[in-house]
Design a protein around this ligand. Structure first.
Ligand code: C5P
Length: 212
């Protein structure tokens, strides 16, 4: 289980996102607890930051991809999951669906349907409507055979390629990546208002323990 947690969370502006607190715990603690069943958890932290839980850490890089590179290099399992700490609520059933697919095909990501009308913006004007049924919003975790992910990272590094997620890295190797139905509770805390949603969900989560 690889947790890139070295981002600075500029869009929220409350310091490194992993340490923002929601429902009495940091986003990092939420993610670590959500994957408490994993064989191994590795966390990439901003340089100079520690973490109170007894968990293996590596120093993050200047981009998400560089942080994940450091994590994959330190990982040992045959299958690895990569999960953004910005998604504190880990829905076990969705992760099990993902793992089932990764064991079969070697690479998969969670993704959800687009609930709203999807439209092209043409300089603040309503442009062409895009058939939303053909699109998905990509979530994490994403899962890979470790060797495939490592080759993808080496390949991207050699070619100077930079991507926003690991699925794109693996695709750029020519390896297909399956889409597995995600869960909207695994939303990404990105904007200040997402913290309100997270506080609300944290209350439900704490009152109604999830399967571990
Ligand atoms: O900034 P964003 O929300 O896209 O970051 C996605 C994930 O990547 C977060 O979990 C963040 O902590 C991590 N990240 C990282 N190292 C960076 C930048 C982002 O580990 N240099």
């Amino acid at each position: 289980m690889l947790l890139p947690a070295a981002g600075y969370g500029e869009r929220i502006g409350l310091g490194p996102k992993a340490f923002i607190r929601v429902g009495g715990k940091s986003l990092l603690e939420w993610a670590v607890e959500g994957f408490g069943w994993a064989d191994e958890i590795l966390v990439a932290l901003p340089a100079g930051r520690g973490f109170e839980l007894p968990i293996k850490t590596v120093v993050g890089g200047t981009t998400r991809q560089k942080s994940v590179f450091n994590l994959v290099q330190a990982a040992t399992g045959e299958i690895v999951l990569v999960h953004d700490v910005a998604r504190p609520f880990v829905v076990r059933s969705a992760v099990e669906r993902l793992l089932g697919e990764v064991r079969q095909s070697g690479a998969a990501t969670l993704a959800v349907f687009v609930p709203d009308t999807l439209v092209q913006a043409q300089e603040h004007q309503y442009g062409e409507v895009i058939p939303r049924e053909h699109y998905r919003l990509v979530q994490t975790p994403q899962g890979f055979r470790r060797e495939v992910l490592w080759q993808a990272h080496l390949n991207a590094q050699a070619g100077g390629l930079e991507f926003t997620d690991d699925a794109q890295l693996v695709l750029s190797l020519g390896h297909p990546v399956a889409l597995v139905e995600g869960d909207r509770r695994m939303f990404k805390v990105t904007y200040p208002e997402d913290l309100l949603l997270a506080e609300g969900l944290a209350r439900v989560w704490n009152a109604w323990p999830q399967p571990r």
